[in-house]
Ligand binder design. Structure first.
Ligand code: ATP
Ligand code: MG
Length: 587
């Protein structure tokens, strides 16, 4: 049950001053509250004996009042220190998680679902906050209230009565221990079911358009209801354990009251203690109820915190497979790219995705890659931008293995425009200058013009200030693609990879953009994957990929001579283009 305190030791050490203040305040409060029953007991005795005086009464009530006021001040002090710490712990852990997320690679995001990660960042961190705040409070408070109350009962009232009445207490320790184990066991399930439900919400909300388009709202809702039922079921187990605890406390306190009445009356009759002392004793017993109840709450908080802490540290301990090499090189020119892939499979999968793919490129050369969907084009690129590391084969940039090159520099100099681009929910301008936030308007426009999207942007009501909705929903597919191109061009990458990046624009626009690139990027290396042969027919070399292997290669003329898939595709696309042109002419 106390494992979580050991695990959070680093934090308690770091905040020892504020924790000392908070704990000091709690202890002082416990001492003060142990004094109240004594004063009341004495007043009762004086009343019973008729020895009470006005002066005495005023003095004692003044004393009670002073205790009340001091307790107010002390409570304020410990609360502000303690709960300040708990929010700080949550913030520290949240920043750690977030920074960890930013360092993780593609594999991590394949392995963990977004909703699950969100659950870690919210639910689990809240459980830790409860430990560092309410947990500590409950522990210290119940411990010292119990201690001072017992001491007062023992030394100031009657030690024999105290010994007799606390006989049922050991029972409590057994119950609390058993309870802790049960909660630990079930809380895991409860958190997992929450993660799953969270993931469902995330996926449904972002995919609601698709769900509606397929008329699947009701089915999706029913699936969701099942998941919430699962969450309720798992949580109910935790609450049931909790609920079993409170009645046990009632039994224990009931027993102590019975024992107190029996033995207390006997002692009063004997003249061993006074009536006032018995009343003070009852008042002390009343003080004990809260710590007894608190033990249950404490066990619950601690066990939840324990489980959550493990979940968070498990996540934090996942290492990115792709990491910056310790002796990473930087300052390369990125003038030569030599790729020689013997074989590549995705992590945790046996399927060979790429086999014997090799090519060499130098400054001012363009490589075209075509091939059926699923032939491995995007997979090849994921190796060039080091989303994954290649184990069988090598990729050299200026003669350096890609894994030896500083990752930040690599990301800077190798620009990748993917098939499905994500724009951020900010202005068009900020999207374009995402990688270079200090870019001027003139520069932003220059890159927008290169990507042939400047005119489109000017047509928007707010121009460059137009807000892009989440995932750019308010823009057309072609506009999104071209803004994404401008964003990558703005980084002025030495190696530019366009992965089917112009699929949503018409052939003429595509030609304009490619011509712009040719004029602007005179020293760069360009790699273009596409389904439209006209966009790579002028490339220095063209690879045809088929099931991860190079089935044909050469320049346009050589490939036509081979009369294979490429030639076939080209003829077919030429024909389609002619048909659509004559169609336009006839309109
Ligand atoms: P398209 O023209 O449709 O974009 P592509 O040539 O880019 O296709 P890839 O995306 O590289 O094809 O996919 C090649 C193969 O790799 C496919 O069989 C796909 O299922 C598999 N694949 C892609 N991404 C992953 C991944 N993250 N994990 C496991 N397998 C993957
Ligand atoms: Mg692809």
């Amino acid at each position: 049950m106390f494992a979580i305190f050991r695990k959070l030791g680093w934090f308690f050490k770091m905040r020892w001053k504020t924790y000392s203040l908070a704990i000091g305040g709690l202890i002082a409060c416990a001492i003060l509250s142990a004094m109240i029953p004594l004063i009341i007991g004495r007043l009762v005795d004086q009343m019973a004996q008729g020895t009470i005086s006005w002066d005495g009464l005023i003095q004692q009530t003044g004393f009670l009042l002073a205790i009340g006021v001091s307790m107010y001040g002390l409570r304020y002090m410990w609360r502000s220190n303690l709960f300040g710490n708990s929010t700080l712990l949550e913030a520290i852990m949240r920043n750690r998680l977030f920074s960890h997320f930013t360092k993780m690679d593609q594999k991590f995001y394949n392995d963990y679902r977004t909703g699950d990660l969100m659950a870690h960042a919210t639910n689990d961190l809240a459980a830790l906050r409860f430990v560092a705040g309410g947990g500590i409070m409950t522990l210290v408070d119940s411990l010292f209230i119990t201690l001072f109350t017992l001491l007062s009962m023992f030394f100031l009232i009657d030690w024999q009565l105290t010994l007799v009445t606390i006989l049922p207490f050991p029972l409590l320790i057994f119950v609390a221990r058993y309870l802790g184990q049960l909660i630990n066991k079930h809380f895991h399930g409860s958190l997992q079911s929450f993660s799953k439900m969270n993931d469902h919400v995330q996926e449904s909300v972002s995919g609601m358009k698709v769900i509606k388009a397929f008329g699947e709202e009701e089915e999706d809702y029913q699936d969701f209801v099942k998941e919430t039922e699962n969450v309720v079921e798992k949580n109910r187990k935790v609450y049931l354990i909790d609920s079993a605890y409170t009645p046990v406390i009632d039994v224990i306190t009931g027993l102590t009251y019975v024992l107190t009445i029996a033995f207390g009356t006997y002692f009063v009759q004997n003249g061993r203690i006074s009536i006032g002392q018995l009343i003070a004793y009852f008042s002390y017993l009343g003080n004990m109820t809260w710590p007894l109840l608190a033990v249950g709450r404490l066990v619950n908080t601690m066990e939840r915190g324990n489980v959550s802490y493990d979940r968070v540290t498990d996540l934090l301990s996942v290492n990115a497979k792709v990491e910056n090499a310790s002796d990473a090189v930087s300052g390369l020119a990125y003038h030569d790219l030599a790729v020689n892939i013997e074989s590549f499979s995705y992590p945790d999968s046996d399927a060979v995705i790429l086999e014997h793919v090799d090519f060499k490129l130098t400054a001012n050369q363009t490589l075209g890659i075509v091939g059926r969907t699923g032939s491995g084009k995007s997979s090849l690129f994921s190796l060039l931008v080091r989303n994954f590391d290649i184990e069988d084969g090598q990729i050299l940039i200026d003669g350096q293995p890609i894994a030896q090159i500083d990752l930040t520099e690599l990301n800077d100099r190798v620009g990748y425009i993917s098939q499905n681009n994500l724009l951020f929910s900010t202005t068009v301008r900020d999207n374009i200058r995402f990688g270079r936030p200090d870019m001027t308007q003139a520069e932003v426009e220059r890159f927008a013009k290169l990507a042939d999207v400047h005119e489109d942007i000017l047509d928007f009501a707010q121009g460059y200030d137009t807000l892009v909705g989440e995932r750019g929903v308010s823009l057309s597919g072609g506009q999104k693609q071209r803004i994404a191109i401008a964003r990558t061009l703005a980084m002025e990458p030495q190696i530019l990879i366009m992965d089917d990046a112009l699929s949503a624009v018409d052939a003429k626009t595509e030609q304009r953009i490619l011509a712009n690139l040719k004029a602007f990027r005179t020293q760069g290396i360009t790699i273009i994957a596409t389904h439209r042969i006209s966009s790579i027919m002028h490339a220095d070399e063209i690879l045809v990929l088929d099931k991860g292997r190079v089935s044909e290669r050469g320049d346009h003329a050589a490939l036509l001579d081979q009369a294979g898939w490429y030639d076939n595709m080209f003829t077919q696309q030429q024909l389609e283009e002619k048909l659509s042109e004559s169609g336009e002419a006839n309109e």
